[in-house]
Design a protein around this ligand. Structure first.
Ligand code: MLT
Ligand code: ZN
Length: 464
């Protein structure tokens, strides 16, 4: 540790755990995007918010960028440190601080893993309902930074709906205590909401108070095999009419092939081009009759040609694996990820437009579609064809994203639904947000991070 700036940090904070081993720099300097070569200055592990404030003040003095780091499961490069930044890992700030049974809130530190937060809620007979496949590794701080969505947004909304209070350290080292758990607070700008989804560029979350709710009634899972793209939203409408949905997800035959190769069980005798996963309230005869009714309606209309409904929680988990196992089944192939959204009313036309583009421009590419179709959010993963090198592949994927971005602009959609902009989608921000909006964002960033040390280079570049 012979960097003078680090020596000064060590002198000022002798109790601070700092790591500089090459293996640690490599490990903490990257996220799931695996695209940038990690090159952080060091990794700091603050134990409390006072330590975070002290690190921020050091970073301002030394002009060192800070990259906040949780589980690093992000898919947009938001937690990448490739330019000599100090990674600020929240691993040691991972405790549940308080449970309030009247407010029905948990107050937690940002490094708490989502699954542990969910378990802590259950201990009190309540749930924290934001949920997705990375639950075992991602942290609540990262969820807040990206306004994470996941599989139950259709019922519960995104992370921002569940954050009752936030303590954050700004880029000047000030501690802000935002909203303090209030349900109603009409006292000017809601800075808490501004911080949520800001990808660590406006402040570092050092404490969050999250709302909890009652556990849902029992549920069943039904997977439909769908022969034509045009039928997807018909099935959605039928499900919405007759069932109380808690999730409505989608994947294609391409995704199924990958997930089956990765060990999932295929419940269908024949392959269909599209699949839908519906999770809905169950447990009574009326619920069962409604589920059967939906299936029969879809079959009669020719919208589905097969379907399977869970008869046990083990079966439900096996069916969920078909959808939730997709990301993991693709990981070794290092796919290029897109995470777009349009209004759900626009999904059929948007999908048709993109299908035509892909058929014309990329007939030989393995493009894997899946996602949260009930929220208008699709994941479009591009797999590298054999024999294509890293650079050529990225160049081609950038072209795919440019085509997506242009189409999204026509449909009023977004280039990032739930993964964030990070480094990966920075170039395409202008397709989704107007110049006037970006100018406002720049102004806000300037106020909260006047020295340009908070996750520099993420979301958009700040001119020197
Ligand atoms: C998912 O919904 O499984 C992830 O957000 C998506 C991905 O891996 O692209
Ligand atoms: Zn997703």
């Amino acid at each position: 540790m012979n960097d003078a700036r680090l020596s000064r940090l060590r002198e000022q904070m002798p109790e601070l755990l700092l790591k500089t081993d090459p293996a640690d720099l490599e490990f903490y300097g990257r996220d799931w995007t695996r695209r940038w070569q990690p090159a952080p200055l060091a990794i700091a592990f603050p134990a409390d918010s006072a330590a975070v404030q002290a690190i921020v003040r050091w970073a301002v003095r030394e002009q060192v960028g800070l990259v906040p780091s949780g589980g690093r499961t992000g898919l947009s490069g938001g937690a990448v440190a490739a330019r000599g930044e100090l990674v600020l890992s929240f691993e040691r700030m991972n405790r549940v601080l308080d449970f309030d049974p009247v407010d029905r809130t948990l107050t937690v530190q940002p490094g708490l893993v989502l699954e542990s937060l969910q378990a802590a809620a259950l201990q009190h007979g309540l749930i924290y309902p934001v949920d997705f496949a990375a639950r075992g590794s991602c942290s609540i701080g990262g969820n807040i930074a990206t306004n994470a969505g996941g599989i139950r947004v259709i019922r519960y909304g995104n992370t921002r709906e569940w954050i009752a209070g936030l303590k954050v350290v700004t880029g000047s080292g000030e501690l802000l205590d935002l909203n303090r758990g209030l349900i109603k607070n009409s006292s000017g700008y809601d800075l808490r909401q501004l911080l949520i989804g800001a990808e660590g560029t406006l402040g570092l979350v050092v404490e969050a108070t999250v709302r909890l709710t009652d556990p849902p009634p029992p549920s069943n899972v039904m997977v439909f095999a769908v022969p034509a793209m045009e039928a997807l939203m018909e099935v959605f409408a039928a499900c919405r009419r007759r069932l109380s949905l808690s999730a409505f997800e989608f994947f294609t035959d391409r995704a199924l092939e990958h997930v089956l190769r990765h060990g999932a069980q295929n419940p269908f005798a024949q392959i269909s081009p599209f699949y839908l996963v519906a999770e809905f309230d169950a447990g009574s005869e009326a619920h069962e009759a409604a589920a059967l009714g939906v299936f029969e309606e879809c079959l009669d209309q020719g919208w589905v040609n097969d379907g399977v409904i869970s008869q046990s929680s083990a079966q439900a988990a096996a069916l969920w694996r078909l959808r939730e196992g997709i990301t993991e089944s693709l990981a070794a192939l290092k796919p290029y990820k897109n995470d777009i959204s349009v209004r759900i009313s626009q999904i059929p036309r948007f999908m048709q437009a993109m299908r035509e583009i892909f058929e014309r421009e990329y007939p030989d590419y393995d493009i894997v579609w899946f996602g949260h179709i009930g929220d208008g959010n699709l994941h479009i993963n591009v797999i590298r064809p054999d024999g294509v090198g890293d650079e050529a592949f990225i160049a081609e994927c950038e072209r795919v994203t440019a085509l997506l971005s242009a189409t999204l602009a026509r449909f009023g959609g977004s280039i990032s639904a739930e993964h964030g902009i990070g480094l990966v989608k920075k170039k395409y921000l202008e397709g989704t947000r107007s110049a006037a909006e970006i100018a406002v964002m720049r102004g806000i960033r300037q106020v909260l991070d006047p020295h340009g040390i908070l996750n520099p280079g993420k979301v958009f570049d700040v001119e020197a």
